[in-house]
Write a protein that binds this ligand. Structure first.
Ligand SMILES: [Zn+2]
Length: 251
């Protein structure tokens, strides 16, 4: 009798201990498969129009914003509303150049001032806590990574058809170089391959990082259709995979 009571108490202790451990995503292995959908550039009006769609699909996303200095007051208000729905606002330069070419032309210090410090300080002044960065065109170098990882918890480049598995993040933590897989409808990644990457994320408790631009705008190349977003949402639910923002893994 006493033995079974002791065994029961031990099981309770293990259960409580596990819950405490997994309350926060620990550094090291992630607790379960996750997907981080990210949207790049300055399409705040389009993103705002599709907020209800994202909410209805239970998608929390990360928006890497460029050209903030060109935003109107209304667009700034819309970006705040996007953040208030639980999405992350992250950074994507002031004028969206190829940063490697900029550094070759103007040097690292001037590029950092012109493309990073400028609009980042405007965003901070408007109350944003920005901790993550995405490279325009995915163009980066070790020199840029080292420089920007002093300022951001992660920098995001792109994976391609030869190395989509680089988009599966194994662990949380800071000083991370992430590789997003492009899932705009014109990308080489078709529905079946996106689903197989989600299977891998579930099997290995990884976080799959995906990249898109505008939402549900069939006239554009760089857009993800409503149908593809629905597919992702359904596939995540079927696999018990949660949508996370980049600041949930890059910490
Ligand atoms: Zn971009």
């Amino acid at each position: 009798m006493q033995k079974s009571l002791l065994f029961f108490l031990l099981l309770c202790f293990v259960a409580v201990f596990q819950q405490a451990c997994f309350k926060d995503v620990p550094h090291g292995n992630l607790p379960s498969g996750q997907v981080a959908i990210t949207f790049d550039d300055a399409s705040v009006d389009n993103w705002f129009e599709n907020l209800e769609l994202l909410d209805s699909l239970k998608i929390k996303a990360t928006f890497y914003v460029s050209a903030y200095h060109t935003f109107t007051t209304e667009q700034k208000h819309r970006l705040k509303t996007i953040e208030s729905h639980g999405h992350e606002i992250a950074y994507h330069t002031a004028t969206h150049p190829d940063l490697v070419k900029e550094v070759n032309k103007d040097g690292l210090a001037q590029t950092e001032f012109k493309e990073i410090i400028s609009d980042l300080s405007l965003l901070k002044r408007d109350g944003y806590t920005i901790t993550n960065f995405a490279y325009p065109y995915g163009s980066h170098s070790n020199q840029l990574d080292n420089c920007l990882l002093r300022r951001f918890n992660s920098v995001r480049a792109l994976s391609n058809h030869q190395d989509y598995y680089k988009s599966l993040v194994k662990e949380s933590g800071t000083r991370k170089v992430l590789y997003g897989a492009n899932i705009d409808n014109n990308s080489r990644l078709k529905d079946d391959r996106i689903l197989s990457l989600m299977d891998k994320a579930r099997e290995h408790n990884d976080c799959l990082v995906l990249v898109a631009h505008q939402i549900n705008k069939p006239s554009l190349h760089l857009q993800i259709s409503k149908e593809r977003l629905l597919l992702l949402s359904r596939a995540a639910a079927e696999r018990n995979i949660s949508f996370v923002t980049i600041n949930q893994i890059a910490r």
